[in-house]
Structure formats: structure tokens, C-alpha cells
Design a protein around this ligand. Structure first.
Ligand SMILES: [Zn+2]
Length: 329
């Protein structure tokens, strides 16, 4: 560790640089908010960042994103962020997944991360990430911006409330989102600025850093009103009716990875077992969720299965779970 680089950190009461250096954080969504969060965590010396975003840099991003320039237009956001973050903090480890969440990051990766951070811009994407985090009881920190403020929502206790708990059943089923870059009801962008992204990104990063270093952090959401200059806490309660509270049961680790074929996977299972997908393959939304309906000689990766995914398997009228190993194992 570079002691001079972090000399001022060491003067902060309660700061634990070594612990930060060992931390692994997944950031999903590398837009304006994701830029700020990644920048601050990298500068702080968080040991490993895994960045996930399928989108590309557009001109409208450039007024709000610290890590992107006009030369990056058309490039994947996560890839560009990795390049800039490596320049800012050469000692940290960076990995990118330029794909949608379900095809980019495996459930075992979410489970093993010290923290998952959501910088997403739609309710449906947040619900999807919250659901996957809940499957493996991963701590999640979610944030979003309004035109003049925003919200920070810690879901760090897997037995506490989740993102879905705060929504009505109708809201859980609808894909629009009031806290979003797009007002989907009228299909046009809503206002956003660098100052607000920095404000909310900094609040999220401070909570993330404190959580990673050990001290307890508030469980309530923060609602930041930039116009009034106020911040208030909003307590949330766990909704027993929320459908997202269904963690996977015991998981059996396999010796095949997402780079292996379906045939290799099936050889590890009973002959009449049916391995399943959580989502349809990205390139073929109409395809079957039963893996046995797909070509057996193609790598699992080609079906949209991410590294270290945990897959459901149907056998003898029971669903069990198997974990794909890391490609490097
Ligand atoms: Zn819930």
C-alpha cells in the first residue's frame, strides 16, 4: 500500500485503510451517479471494483460525468470508467462487465462482494438488482437523483426492508420510475446536473466507506433536497408481503464454469435433472428457460449466463441450486 497516498486518510478517526484495500465492491450502472461513486471509492483505495453497464457514452452524458470525455463517445461506459479510474488509482483492481446485470454478474459474485451499489436509473432495473441481491442476501446500497436532489437508500441488512418493500404491488409490476433519468410516462428525459450527481454520489460513497470499514451506518433512507438545503431520514419497514424475500437454499458448487458447454454442465447433474435460466438469453428473448432446450455444444456464456452464476435445477419435483466455478479455478 502506498502510505504517502493515503497519509491524510490515516488522520481520520475510525478510518481503516487496510480494510478498504481488501474490500470488493460491485457498482451497477456507470452513468452520472455511477461515475461519482466509482471515482470516490477508487480515490479512497477500495481494493477491487467490479463495474457493470451495457450502455455507451452519449453526448448528453458529458455535462455530468467526471470520467467521460468527448473522445469516449460511443464506447462502453464501464470500459471507459475503468481506464480513467486506473489512472486515478493505479493500485486498485478493476474489472468490467459491459452487459446488462443478469448477464454480466453472477449471483455468487454478488454474494461474495462486501457491498453492491446500485446507480441505476429505472425502477425495473432496481427491482431486478434488489431481487438478485436478496437471492444471495447481498448488502445493497441504492441511490437516485431528482432534478434538485435525490435519495440514498441503504439495504444493508438482509433481514431488513428491501427496495421492493417500499413499493406497492402495482408499483412493483410497473417499469416506470419517478427517480430516473427518463420520465417514462412521456418518454422524455428529466432534468439532471453534475452538482446533484456529485451531491448524491458523495452521500452514497460516505455510507459505503463507513460500512466497508466496519462502523454502523444509519439504516434509514436519506432524502436530500438541494433547493431547500435539507436532508431528512425516512425509516422503512420490511413488508412481509414483498415477493423479493426468497433467498436460494443450499448451493452445490460445480467444477464447470460459464465458459464450459451445456453438455459439461449436464454431466455434473442427474440424467433427468433440468437446469434452468433465470432470464431469457439477451439475444433471444423468446427462448426457453429450460437449458435442455438449447444447443448442448455451445458455452453457457452464449446463453447469457454470467461468470459464477448460481442456477436453479429442477429434479424430482424439487428446485435445488448449483454454482458455476470461476473460469480461473
Ligand atoms: Zn422487500
Amino acid at each position: 500500500m502506498n502510505d504517502d497516498r493515503y497519509a491524510r486518510h490515516q488522520l481520520i478517526p475510525g478510518w481503516d485503510q487496510a480494510r478498504l484495500g481488501e474490500a470488493q465492491v460491485i457498482v451497477v450502472g456507470i452513468g452520472a451517479l455511477g461515475n461519482e461513486v466509482c471515482r470516490l471509492l477508487a480515490l479512497s483505495g477500495v481494493g477491487r471494483l467490479l463495474l457493470c453497464d451495457p450502455d455507451h457514452v452519449e453526448t448528453s452524458n458529458l455535462s455530468r460525468t467526471a470520467l467521460f470525455t468527448a473522445a469516449d463517445l460511443g464506447r462502453n461506459k464501464a470500459e471507459v470508467a475503468r481506464t480513467r479510474l486506473q489512472q486515478l488509482a493505479p493500485e486498485i483492481q478493476l474489472e468490467v462487465r459491459p452487459k446488462p446485470l443478469v448477464h454480466g454478474i453472477g449471483l455468487a459474485e454478488l454474494r461474495d462482494a462486501d457491498l453492491v451499489i446500485s446507480c441505476l436509473d429505472s425502477r425495473s432495473a432496481r427491482l431486478q438488482l434488489a431481487g438478485r441481491c436478496n437471492l444471495v442476501r447481498a448488502p445493497l446500497l441504492d441511490g437516485g437523483t431528482h432534478p434538485w436532489g435525490g435519495e440514498v437508500r441503504p439495504y444493508l441488512d438482509p433481514d431488513g426492508p428491501c427496495y421492493g418493500c417500499s413499493l406497492t404491488p402495482g408499483q412493483r409490476a410497473v417499469a416506470d420510475d419517478a427517480v430516473s433519468c427518463l420520465n417514462r410516462e412521456v418518454n422524455r428525459p428529466v432534468g439532471a446536473s453534475a452538482a446533484v450527481s456529485a451531491l448524491i454520489g458523495a452521500r452514497m460513497s460516505l455510507i459505503a466507506l463507513r460500512y466497508l470499514m466496519g462502523p454502523s451506518v444509519p439504516s434509514a433512507s436519506l432524502v436530500v433536497d438541494g433547493l431547500a438545503g435539507t436532508t431528512r431520514q425516512v425509516s422503512r419497514t420490511r413488508d412481509p408481503e414483498c415477493l423479493l424475500h426468497q433467498p436460494v437454499s443450499e448451493v452445490r458448487k460445480l467444477t464447470v464454469s460459464h465458459l464450459d458447454t451445456l453438455t459439461a454442465l449436464r454431466l455434473t447433474l442427474p440424467g433427468d435433472a433440468v437446469p434452468l435460466l433465470w432470464e431469457n438469453p439477451q439475444e433471444n428473448p423468446e427462448a426457453s428457460l429450460e437449458l435442455s432446450d438449447h444447443p448442448s455444444d455451445e458455452p453457457l456464456k452464449s446463453l447469457g449466463i454470467p461468470p459464477r452464476e448460481i442456477l436453479p435445477v429442477y429434479h424430482c419435483e424439487v428446485i435445488s441450486f448449483v454454482e458455476l466455478c470461476s473460469p480461473s479455478d
